[in-house]
Design a binder for this molecule. Structure first.
Ligand SMILES: Cc1cc2nc3c(=O)[nH]c(=O)nc-3n(C[C@H](O)[C@H](O)[C@H](O)COP(=O)(O)OP(=O)(O)OC[C@H]3O[C@@H](n4cnc5c(N)ncnc54)[C@H](O)[C@@H]3O)c2cc1C
Length: 415
């Protein structure tokens, strides 16, 4: 079988690279190991698909931090606004939620996947399902991809096999092996955007208890990390967007760190210490005969308040009117500077994304082509680029795919 461009993987990156390459006139074959495409995409945003985020290119670059500079060109070529326009033109409006997250108006990831598949088919992209690629090699002129009993010869290859997280969806890190045969380096894949396991056992007693907004701070090797957002206590520690975003930033340090990483959580960031002190005094003086625990539910869920009071040896039945100054100050310290120690991330198989991947220095950021092999391109989560929660990772998939698809098509047209 012969084609201009072979795309490995029918996730959002592979599908969109196929669309842009075919739009530029290339003949495209896309090979997928699953029997259906876009398995992971269907799970995104809890099935609602947080497609991208509202904001300028600079906002995106900042959110991507270490890989923002690399991604800037792809974001200029295909920014979040263009992504939203693409879906709108194809019949799917999007909406921006309060926190800036963008979702399809139907809140269905399946609608996003359907458009990508339909558009690719319309452009005569050929799909080969249930075909696991086992090798990609280069002969004198062509790439030779082996998938099941098929050998596909192509002028260019785009590797879009995703990372190593959620292997059940098909992305099990195969792309790293293919890239290695072409001399590429893989930055060790690590679990990111994942629940954190704490050394302390008490969070497990609060499993399922959430806080709408917290600030988490930590410092590792002189790097200050500050993340805000919702927090959720889990069976082994903490989750929710604030904790997930911290997991991304400490992923590089955590596996090899000799001791657990200390984090400080502000459970009441809407107040500074003085304001919180005044607020507690005011609430207690208005409700002196009520149990303190019930008064403090003005800030936090009762189970959490009970647990914090226990941590400072404050009896559960203490009346609000009987709260002494030193107890109040201890309580404020717990609310504003709750300490936890992160012992480990949860396993990579459960991580939302993989941090790590193909070394960015080996990829031309203007074209997404390998600097080591002409005609070899990368798109999506396989590269060493990642973003926080909020639609930033799908935007990486779409922006890099747009550039890889277009450039691969130009390259094959030259041949
Ligand atoms: C539960 C969950 C929720 C998420 N929610 C969001 C969200 O709301 N917003 C957001 O921005 N990001 C989200 N993400 C992250 C986002 O889904 C990924 O970053 C994105 O899917 C990456 O796209 P990709 O095309 O690069 O890789 P993938 O989606 O992983 O696709 C890779 C494809 O390659 C195929 N493949 C792999 N190896 C082979 C092989 N050897 N032969 C043939 N085919 C192969 C796989 O089967 C797969 O179909 C979420 C992730 C998870 C797990």
């Amino acid at each position: 079988m012969k084609t201009d461009i072979l795309i490995a993987g029918a996730g959002p990156a592979g599908l969109f690279a196929a669309i842009t390459a075919a739009q530029s006139g290339a003949k495209v074959v896309i090979v997928e190991s699953n029997t259906t495409p876009a398995r992971k995409l269907l799970l995104t945003g809890g099935g609602r698909c947080n497609l991208t985020h509202a904001g300028s290119i600079d906002d995106f670059v900042k959110a991507y931090d270490f890989c923002g500079r690399f991604l800037r060109h792809c974001l200029y070529e295909f920014p979040a606004d263009d992504l939203r326009k693409y879906f709108k033109v194809n019949g799917l409006q999007t909406k921006v939620e309060k926190d800036g997250c963008v979702f399809p108006i139907t809140e269905k990831a399946a609608d996003v996947a359907d458009i990508l598949i339909r558009q690719a088919k319309k452009l005569s992209v050929e799909f080969l399902y249930d075909k696991k690629i086992t090798s990609i090699e280069k002969s004198k002129t062509d790439f030779v991809t082996t998938a099941g009993n098929k050998k596909i010869f192509s002028k260019a290859v785009i590797i879009a096999t995703g990372g190593a997280s959620w292997p059940k969806t098909g992305s099990a890190g195969d792309g790293y092996k293919f890239a290695k045969t072409f001399g590429h380096t893989t930055i060790e894949p690590k679990a990111a955007l994942i629940d954190l396991i704490t050394a302390e056992k008490w969070p497990s007693k609060l499993k399922g208890v959430g806080v709408d907004n917290v600030i988490i701070k930590t410092k590792i090797k002189n790097r200050k990390i500050t993340e805000s957002g919702a927090l959720m206590f889990t069976a082994n520690g903490i989750g929710g967007p604030a904790a997930l975003n911290v997991s991304r930033l400490i992923a590089d340090f955590l596996p090899n760190f000799a001791k657990p990483i200390k984090i400080i959580i502000d459970l009441a960031p809407q107040y500074n210490n003085e304001q919180l002190n005044k607020e507690i005094i005011s609430l207690c003086s208005q409700n002196p005969k009520k149990e303190l625990i019930n008064v403090l539910t003005a800030f936090l869920r009762k189970a959490l308040v009970q647990n914090l009071c226990r941590q400072i040896n404050l009896p559960a039945a203490t009346l609000a009117g009987a709260l002494g100054k030193s107890q109040r100050l201890q309580l404020i310290k717990k609310l504003k500077q709750l300490e936890l120690s992160i012992a480990a991330p949860s396993p990579i198989a459960k991580a939302t994304i993989t941090r790590g991947g193909i070394e960015l220095d080996e990829i031309n950021r203007q074209t997404m082509e390998s600097k080591l092999n002409s005609g070899l391109f990368f798109a999506g989560e396989i590269i060493n680029a990642d973003g926080p929660c909020g639609g930033f990772n799908l935007q990486i998939a779409f922006s890099t795919a747009f550039v890889a698809g277009k450039q691969a098509a130009e390259k094959t047209a030259e041949k």
